[in-house]
Design a protein. Structure first.
Ligand SMILES: *[C@@H]1O[C@H](CO)[C@@H](O)[C@H](O)[C@H]1NC(C)=O
Ligand SMILES: *[C@@H]1O[C@H](CO)[C@@H](O)[C@H](O)[C@H]1NC(C)=O
Length: 499
């Protein structure tokens, strides 16, 4: 509802923007809301920037340009730059913001007419001490849902050492070039599909605006989606919001591949991160938990180990919900989707079923709402498997874009305390949230014969299996999923390999 008084203030503000009394009056009616997030984590050695932007320091004398996908409308934003996991100072020499050409994600080219300088406490530069974050000064840079923005950072001396904060699972191409090119039309010296340093974009919006924070793993991080297309399931949910006139809820994707609830697998455990990533986000009102498959799948297959993991997941979810509710937030949970070829074994499926039964029973109790993601994507003829149509990579765990679309389609909107406005069409100038995106089809049994030399199946933390390692097969005792860029290829009933 628009109060006449607010409208009058808005009109007055437009007419006399410099009047400080009116600015403070306007500020009373607005707050910061996170409109985009990327879960901050310590970047693993193999996800550091490509040469020559790595070495003794990262991004030494280089410009990094990254595109970020907005979820709210706002006239003004600010950007959080994170050195949360860095062990040295992060010195940013200069920064800028612009619209990427054609509102495209993952491009190095910008519309220079939109270019603006970003400052820190009025200065061009800032040194962010290790373990801390910094904000740019607020900047008048209008955004809309599904708009991509391009943020460029120049680091004259890089961040020394190799411990830096980033988000490897960006599914979005970042560009880099030696020298200061923050104002250049195109940054094109190198590229990689990871994000670094930027962890939040906040929007200055009316008090009625809030954020939904999704805590998750690779399925929410978008493994199975297409690079530079923003078609992870939360992106497709955003498209549904827009289609249904819901414009006052931001979606914050706080998920990472290989992430575990209970212990540190890839990235910090959910128990160690939920306060920072969810409860402390600006403007958060809804917290959703969709995690646990990596805990079950990395745990022992014996019933004792699995009993303990199931119990601990239940108590972790209970704790997160209790803490969120203590802050006045609404909490949603999703059931854990099928384990897939890399994780199935022993008592693990029983744990998944037990935890899911518990989650479903908490609707209206520990959780304000529960969404049965498992039911949405599982095979109707075998409840322990991912539906074949959604099994794009063939690993039985990561849904493809059709699976992500099924989740978005089934996602209820009446769990939010909002009255939808006028349905609108997409505000994006490029097609996002498309359901027609082609996806990788299931790779059937290969004709390749069993390799003569059997590779050692070394399992790195988080159950990520390196290229060439075994990933499935009768009698295989291991667990985990093939590293990004490879898929689990069945060679015969006894041997499948990450290729
Ligand atoms: C930017 O550089 C890339 C890589 O060199 C090139 O492919 C692209 O065409 C350039 N874009 C523009 C708009 O110049
Ligand atoms: C269901 O799928 C699981 C996992 O692939 C398999 O072990 C089980 O035999 C299947 N059950 C039926 C009834 O097909």
């Amino acid at each position: 509802m628009v109060r006449p008084y607010s409208l009058l203030k808005a009109l007055l503000f437009a007419a006399t923007a410099s009047a400080s009394a009116i600015i403070s009056a306007r500020q009373d009616d607005n707050h910061w809301v996170s409109t985009w997030t990327s879960m901050p984590q310590l970047v693993e050695p193999n996800n550091l920037p490509p040469a020559p932007f790595t070495g003794g320091s990262q991004f030494n004398a280089a410009t990094l340009r990254q595109t970020l996908h907005m979820t709210l409308s706002a006239p003004r934003i600010r950007i959080q730059i994170s050195n949360t996991f860095g062990t040295t100072d992060l010195p940013i020499t200069a920064a800028s913001i612009a619209n990427p050409v054609n509102n495209a994600a993952g491009v190095g080219s910008i519309d220079t007419a939109s270019l603006k300088k970003l400052t820190f406490n009025g200065k061009d530069s800032i040194t962010i001490p290790r373990g801390t974050v910094a904000y740019t000064d607020p900047i008048d840079f209008p955004i809309k849902p599904q708009q991509n923005i391009a943020v460029s950072l120049y680091l004259a001396s890089g961040q020394s050492g190799n411990q830096i904060t980033g988000h490897p699972g960006s599914r979005t191409t970042s560009w880099m070039q030696s020298g200061n090119h923050i104002n250049a039309a195109n940054v094109s010296g190198g590229k990689t599909v990871h994000w670094y340093f930027i962890s939040v974009v906040e929007a200055w919006t009316p008090k009625a605006t809030s954020a939904l924070v999704i805590l998750g793993d690779s399925i929410t991080d978008g493994r199975g989606s297409d690079d530079d297309k923003n078609n992870r399931w939360p992106d497709l949910l955003l498209a549904k919001f827009i289609k249904n006139g819901i414009t006052t809820i931001a979606i914050n994707n706080q998920a990472a591949g290989g992430n575990c609830v209970l212990s540190q697998c890839l990235g910090p455990s959910l128990l160690s991160r939920y306060k920072r990533d969810a409860l402390d986000q600006q403007g958060v009102k809804y917290v959703m938990i969709f995690e646990g498959v990596n805990d079950i799948g990395n745990g022992g297959t014996d019933s004792g180990s699995q009993q303990r993991i199931g119990d601990q997941l239940i108590s972790a979810f209970t704790q997160i919900s209790r803490d969120a509710k203590a802050k006045g937030l609404k909490v949603f949970a999703a059931t854990i989707t099928p384990l897939g070829t890399g994780y199935t074994g022993g008592s693990r499926e029983q744990t998944r079923q037990r935890v899911n039964q518990w989650i479903l029973q908490q609707a209206g109790g520990i959780f304000d709402a529960v969404i049965d993601f498992d039911k949405i994507v599982r095979d109707p003829s075998n409840a322990s498997k991912l539906a074949r149509a959604y099994d794009g990579s063939g690993d039985g765990l990561h849904p493809n874009v059709a699976g992500f679309q099924a989740i978005a389609d089934a996602f209820p909107l009446n769990i939010f305390n909002v009255t939808p406005g006028t349905p609108t069409t997409s505000t994006s100038t490029t097609a996002t949230g498309s359901t027609t995106t082609s996806t990788t089809t299931f790779v059937p049994t290969s004709t390749v014969s069993t390799p003569t030399s059997s590779p050692t199946p070394t399992v790195s933390p988080g159950g990520t299996l390196p290229k060439y390692s075994q990933c499935a097969g009768n009698g295989w005792q291991g667990s985990g999923f093939c590293v990004d860029g490879t898929v689990c290829n069945k060679l015969n009933d006894w041997y499948s390999q990450c290729l």
